[in-house]
Design a protein around this ligand. Sequence first.
Ligand code: SF4
Ligand code: SF4
Length: 612
Amino acid sequence: MGKDKLSIDKLDSENLSIENLDLTVDEIIDESADWEPLGPTPMPDMTSLRDWDRKLMKRYRPQYYPTCEQCCFCGFGVCDLSDGKEGACGLRLHDQVARKNFMRATWGVSAHTAHARDVVDEAIEKFGSDVPLDMGDHVTVEAPNIRLVCGTKPETLADLKDVLDYLEKEIVQEVDALHTGQEGDNIDFESKALNAGMLDHVGMEVADLAQIAAYDMPKGDPEAPLVDTGMGSVDREKPNILVYGHNIVGAEDIMRYAEENELWDEIEISGLCCTVLDMTRVDQHPKIVGSLASALKFIRSGVADVIVTDEQCVRADTFREANEVGSKVIATTSKICFGLPDRSDDSAAEIVDDMINNGQEGVLITDLEKVGEVAVKVAQKISDDRKEAKTSPSKEDLEENLDNCVLCGFCERSCPNDLPISEAMKEAKNGNLEKSADLYMNHCIGCGRCDESCPNGVEIMKVMEKAAEKEIKEEKYRVRVGRGPIRDTEIRDVGSPIVMGEIPGVVGLVGCSNYPDADEGFREPIYRLARELAERNYIIALTGCHAMDIAYFENEDGETLYEEFPGSFEAGGVVNCGSCVSNSHITGAAIKIANIFARMGLRGNYKEIADY
Ligand code: SF4
Ligand code: SF4
């Protein structure tokens, strides 16, 4: 594949006469490749599947419940779209809502595709372009999304670059379609959003295949190891490096540095969100602090000596919050720079010296080869001096904050989950910290809005943290490491039971952890749903925050769902595929059921498989 150009100034033959012909061939897909006949829509553009989308949405009409009835996207200023009014460009409210859906879908596909580009480029630089995309003996359909959408069969890291070229070209067209004065029909916006979602799974698949192949992550192993998760799993005595985000490439350098210098007994690498989930797929030393809901809580705890950020789901105030507790910050991607000086061209020794001795609180280092050395050396040097910052808030802190609370209830009204904060504060003022501790551990999703809203500057999260001092230390559970793809053999085994109804279906539990609250805690409904469905023989496939959060509950034998139910893709299986980019294995499994079990053609055959 690749771009080919042909120019002919003049050609005269018996049957053909050509003048001034310029021909550019964008992608060449070898239709004769013998692995499978080519279907009708390889590498679709934004309208290739439009007729199918429109049929689908005629049957399942989109319903809109707008949270905002204005548009402020263009130079006309703010347009009121309520009560059937049109904006200055002619756009109606339902068009605008659909446009925003599409916009969010483009964020998703661009985030995962950019992530994939980073992983592929870094892996090729480190290991070479001919690393095979070997997913193990049990996986022969190793890239179902890519085969289905692109019609190609990548075999090495280099082959993934062609897929990324296609995705990047399509994403530019999609972002353009969001511009004012472009699309004006809500169903067409929705069709474009579906297209972006389809491409998103291709981008995620590229990222996960590349990292599985390059970093030797589990290849569909249903018995992938169990690792610790929870704030209590972190050893607070050791120098601590907290990795934070979704992209393993920088964090992998820290692990490599620790391994090469035999430092695992001396330092603690902990992490938030998908970066650490992916690290545990490579090495089981790092500790999973938790999902997005644990981010602000753990950063404010001050336990991290150095925070290393990459991309996606990283709080915008990370550097400011880190400064408050004396943690140093290393940003490692061009996507999140926090206004920090770019030290990528300086030596590791110079950067370490400036961070320790010259008041450099944070740096941007995009040369990932230096990240491991800088992060580890800085953490080792400053850890002893930060002992006090790592302890939980003092009794005096608690009392001062409680004294300042006038029980006005502003905090409660700003809490997205409507938590009874003032009731907890009232009880705490009377010496009972139980309610505050319960809110912190089981109900608070760590957004920080309450602190922002308090007119008296009460540090509510600090009060709750102090109240939950003991529970934080005890928060320790076990999660199964992400196993990656579903094996072809598993697909063969479940095909018939799914068709016959013995397995009622495959349920994907995926997404971020800002769930609504419930009586038994914000994570509990996800856990209960997973348990209930597993008991009813569904196959439960999880990734990201959901994969971490179901681990917070144990049965009467002290087992988490990962210990109680099998990790294989079978009836009642609780399957952790991995990080967010491993979502592609869930759609991949559905695609493989159609391909392997129902024997439907895969290659460039999106409509038929999607219909199935
Ligand atoms: S907003 Fe502040 S003063 Fe008011 S109840 Fe909440 S913590 Fe107390
Ligand atoms: S930090 Fe917790 S308690 Fe405070 S507003 Fe957010 S969810 Fe509510």
